[in-house]
Design a protein around this ligand. Sequence first.
Ligand code: SF4
Length: 530
Amino acid sequence: MTEHTKTDGLPGIEPGAIPQVLERARPRNERMASDKIECNACPILCQIAPGRVGACDRYANADGALVRVDPALFLRRSDHAAAAAPVAFLPRAADAASAPAATRAAADEFFVTGVGSSTTYPDYKPAPFIVASKAGGVDMITVVTEGIFSYCSFKVKIDTDRFLGPEQANVRCKGEVVGHVTTAEYGSQMLSLGGVHHLTGGSKKEGRVTCEMMETLGNKAAVELTIDGGSQVIVRSGCAPIVNGVEEARMRVGCGSATVGIFAKQFYGLADEVVVVDDHITGVLTQHQAGRCLDMRLSGVKIRGRRSTPGRYFQVANPGTGWGGTDIVDPLSILEGWDPATAWPGLRLLMVSTTGEHAEWYVLDDALAPQRAPLPAAVARIVERIGENCEPSLCSVLFVGGAGGSLRAGVTENPVLLTRAIKQALVNVTCGGAPAYVWPGGGITIMVDVARMPDRSFGTVPTPALVAPIEFTLRADDYRALGGHMEYVRTIDDALAHGPWHHDGAPTARRSETIAAANPWPIGRAPLLG
Ligand code: SF4
């Protein structure tokens, strides 16, 4: 039976959309108003009055029915490539009722994502969608749910050499500590944000702000962060970071030593010495192996900092937002002078940063003092090439979540078998259709690029915890073997027509969003069928 609900006007529900009906009004006890409905999709157990939404804005009481406000998201396989693309499907009641089966794509072209699918809480319930499909003639099952993640965080890679803050420094959002600066990577600063310690281990406000920040970041919006002893930075997945109000343009081509090595031959004959200023390794061409291989004459320049190996210097200055991620404003400040027995008047010196954004040209006078001079055109072209070889600076946001807990009960009666099957590569784990990396070792710790997930994939509950979609796809035989809920397996047509198994009859609405990056089709990925 198709049931329509009066949902127009409910906050968060698009006019005409048909949300999933999960339960009818039923007072929990005599003190609860009879028209209220209790949501048990998380431990908060909201009692929702008619026309109102629960504390997380994800469930509502629509005319006495508990509905999931956001419709479930189905992906349709692209006609042109094995890429997941969203498709408009049954957006309105009238369409849903009248859509002839023939106008629909073949069932194996659809994939049910966990976005808007509703959840298994309180855990013993089978996942809301357990869907059969075929891939290469093999029967497959996809188990779909919205996970509630207490153990979760975001690893953020910020492509910049500018100093964001010391390693281990606290990262704050709205004054609350929400993470820390972690180990820098090549050309990028790294932040670890969110996590159980900040969600539940601190004050209530810290947990709330952390949860909001994580939802915002996961949903590809911008968050403003300040780092103790460092910078203010605005981070958004897929966008350039804004550090202290300045949008970053380039990541460095390499460290100072790498830059010397890459461009040594091009500088040969045009400059007598090149110093590439870098927070990590400052390179000095004539001392560097690259200059020695080119038989370059030593310039006699003396550099501050700690000499690591020939032509490579650590700690020439403090970290900062100046030249090459240092606090240098005047590049000559890192020179300690010249060896008079080696240097010569007229020596041509280029000082340049690892992004090519900063460059100065000097010529030594008779007293061996560098005098600034216009950059020769041929040298300027190489400096431009350094810039050309720098990749655009971006923020990458990866969600890390622990799925090895109770949500496994929605997949199987014997959860450890799911964990083992994942470790044996029998299960393809995706989040909103995006491929998830599963960490080795115990548990099911997944990592996924939020840029590859559908927009608005993340939600929250006030426990506080993050809500994120997760799908497990495996062969039907394997699913049976690991104790899967076979009695709840349905066809994709049935899932499209009726929504989650625990609803009472309304067709499932879906929403149409653009996926930023093409993902492999989640069903039948190697090594599942290899
Ligand atoms: S917070 Fe949301 S999921 Fe939790 S009980 Fe309330 S409405 Fe349901």
